[in-house]
Design a protein around this ligand. Structure first.
Ligand SMILES: [Fe+2]
Length: 232
């Protein structure tokens, strides 16, 4: 089996060896970790009365939720079920844990979303304080899930999915079911705060269209980031 040099990004727990290039997965996991860190800092430091900032944070939280939901949906529909028939009992337990963990994370994120929406509607220090606890809890849970996935579930992907099968998953994931605006945001969202060598790897992998899209979208994305995270 041919090995691909796997990408290893800050915060990532593992990069299992194997024939499949897991770059896309790791780039997205990096973006989730980065976002949750930024949200936790923003909620801790943004004064409750800064309603305009909370509005921008609410919008930004929805974007994060869209990308996360899409990522988990692809995994639950197109990756874990395919693997289920091919793995042993221990593998089955891992895959079942992946779905169960997605199910545990959803309500935590929903509770956070409700908090952001309330603060976007008007100041409430109690809401801000409880959101602070909720975002930290959600970040904690998601980060444990990502680490579990990276150390165990992705090993199964390397052992049991062919490169042809993996490419189908990658295509589905890249295409997404996004609105035009969301897909225009996906590029700068993934690239944001990525180490330079990883940015280069993605640009090489995805080709010149991505570079053009990034050039077109990064300025607007960074401006919106500043509006949402001035206190983070
Ligand atoms: Fe994942």
């Amino acid at each position: 089996m041919t090995m691909t040099q796997q990408l290893m990004l800050p915060g990532q727990a593992a990069a299992p060896d194997g024939p499949n290039d897991l770059t896309g997965m790791f780039l997205i996991h990096h973006a989730f970790r980065r976002d949750l860190r930024a949200f936790a800092a923003a909620v801790a430091n943004t004064p409750a009365h800064e309603t305009n900032t909370w509005r921008a944070l609410d919008e930004r939280w929805k974007l994060f939720g869209t990308f996360l939901h899409h990522h988990h949906t692809i995994e639950d529909a197109s990756i874990w079920p395919v693997l289920l028939d091919r793995v042993d009992a221990a593998g089955r337990a891992t895959l079942e844990a992946m779905e169960a963990e997605h199910g545990e994370i959803d309500p935590l994120l929903e509770a956070c979303g409700a908090g952001f929406a309330k603060l976007a509607a008007g100041p409430d220090e109690d809401v801000r304080r409880s959101l602070e606890i909720r975002v930290v809890a959600a970040a904690e849970r998601l980060s444990r899930h990502l680490a579990h996935e990276e150390t165990e579930a992705l090993v199964l992907v390397q052992q049991h999915l062919t490169t042809a099968e993996w490419e189908v998953v990658e295509k589905k994931s890249a295409k997404g079911e996004y609105t035009f605006r969301e897909s225009m945001t996906a590029v700068p969202w993934v690239m944001h705060e990525l180490p330079a060598d990883a940015q280069k790897r993605l640009l090489t992998l995805a080709g010149p269209v991505l570079a053009v899209l990034w050039r077109l979208t990064r300025g607007g994305f960074l401006r919106r980031e500043k509006t949402a995270f001035p206190y983070a």
